[in-house]
Ligand binder design. Structure first.
Ligand code: MLT
Length: 403
């Protein structure tokens, strides 16, 4: 299925009284971009509907804005068909600033086609013809799937070979949103691990292997035989466990800011302390304690939205999910024995300023994986997908292109 990209100018009329594009203005910009895209040759332009006595009406719109935009800026908007039924369709749209390729917002727009009697009517063939084959699921929107009995939130974007993103602790699938929006040509799947983000809690006392089983069950549900797995930090621990238990399901590994060693005694004691803090003071206290280590000084100073996003993810993690993850990490197996056996293409990514997983020790880990590529992302601490999404997207894109 193809996506259509157009460039649109943000006008003063799109902006609010303070000169900034708010979510309602973003809705207008996306609508303009939609019709520019539909106006392309063969597209479902307005006259395709009116010539048949039809009109499409927007019946549901969900929008999320990540970055401020001012009048006069150009946005590149990608539109993809994500759902189609007899009389309705949904498009997923992403908007990025042309000047620096930053993702500024995205949205899903559900349209119903009506005839002159205001009765839902069959869509013109141009809708599916324009975008290629009909989508089978509803990629682009957060879905809730029962994975090993737990309601699991998952975002699915695009079509093509599969790329599974596993978040770190204590974050959620949205930490991958820039890469999810960027790596077109891949079916990008980003779930919330059990107990994190919008996924339900699944009791206590689980292991890293339970997360790995959840991921493979999710692949089964989505009918994905093999996938590239990108795991950040704790997501990397899950990726190692997936490789140990289900090597045939893994086409390649992207290990971001992670390590193979299990916790030592001091590490396990620190987990116990964090569990006590989470239970006594709640996730906001964990956010306060972790933020200065997670993000680089320049990110904290110059990227308030990234700081806010990270704080929101941590504060939004329920105490039970947080404790479950801390216990699973504390009990996790050492994966150093696995490194020489990794026989799939592997990219190891470190951050120049990461204090949690220093680049030096990640380089040593990469050296033990046959033919792993090792990259350091400059001006990034522990969260390069948010701190340096463009640099990371480029590196990951090149790795994927070479597969
Ligand atoms: C993470 O980002 O997932 C954590 O830093 C991992 C850990 O605490 O070991």
């Amino acid at each position: 299925m193809s996506t259509k990209t157009v460039t649109v100018l943000v006008t003063p009329e799109d902006c609010d009284a303070f000169g900034s594009l708010g979510a309602s203005g973003l809705g207008r910009v996306l609508e303009r971009a939609r019709w520019h895209a539909f106006d392309q040759p063969g597209g479902p332009a307005a006259d395709v509907f009116t010539n048949r006595g039809l009109r499409p009406a927007v019946r549901k719109l969900t929008l999320e804005q990540y970055e401020d935009v001012a009048a006069g800026e150009w946005l590149s908007v990608e539109t993809a068909l994500t759902q189609q039924a007899e009389t309705s369709f949904t498009v997923h749209q992403t908007a990025r600033r042309v000047a620096d390729n930053t993702l500024v917002g995205e949205g899903d727009c559900y349209l119903v086609c009506y005839n002159l009697d205001d009765v839902p009517a069959r869509l013109p063939d141009e809708v599916s013809g324009f975008f290629g084959t009909r989508p089978s699921v509803r990629p682009g929107m957060t879905q809730h799937l029962a994975v090993n009995g737990t309601a699991t939130a998952v975002d699915i974007h695009g079509d093509g070979p599969s790329l599974l993103f596993i978040h770190g602790f204590p974050f959620d699938r949205t930490m991958w949103r820039h890469l999810m929006a960027t790596l077109t040509g891949w079916r990008r799947v980003a779930p919330d691990l059990r107990g994190m983000g919008l996924s339900d809690v699944a009791g206590r006392g689980y292991f890293m292997s339970d997360y790995a089983d959840d991921m493979v069950r999710l692949l089964d549900i989505l009918k994905i035989d093999q996938t590239v797995v990108a795991g950040l930090s704790m997501g990397g621990y899950v990726a190692f466990e997936m490789f140990r238990r289900y090597p045939d399901r893994i086409r390649a590994l992207i290990l971001v800011h992670t390590r193979a060693e299990a916790d030592d005694e001091a590490g396990r004691a620190a987990r116990d302390q964090m569990i006590a803090t989470a239970e006594r003071e709640g996730p906001a206290a964990i956010a306060d304690a972790m933020l200065p280590k997670l993000l680089g000084a320049s990110t904290i100073q110059a990227m308030p939205r990234v700081v806010e996003h990270v704080r929101t993810m941590i504060a939004g993690t329920g105490v039970e999910g947080m404790v479950g993850a801390l216990e699973a990490m504390k009990r996790r197996r050492d994966s150093r024995d696995l490194l020489p056996t990794i026989d799939v293409p592997t990219l190891v990514v470190a951050g120049s300023d990461d204090q949690i997983m220093p680049a030096k020790s990640m380089k040593k880990m990469a050296a033990k994986i046959p033919e792993a590529q090792f990259i350091v992302i400059p001006e990034s601490a522990h969260l390069s997908p948010l701190e340096q999404p463009i640099a990371l997207g480029r590196v990951v894109g090149e790795f994927l292109d070479a597969l």
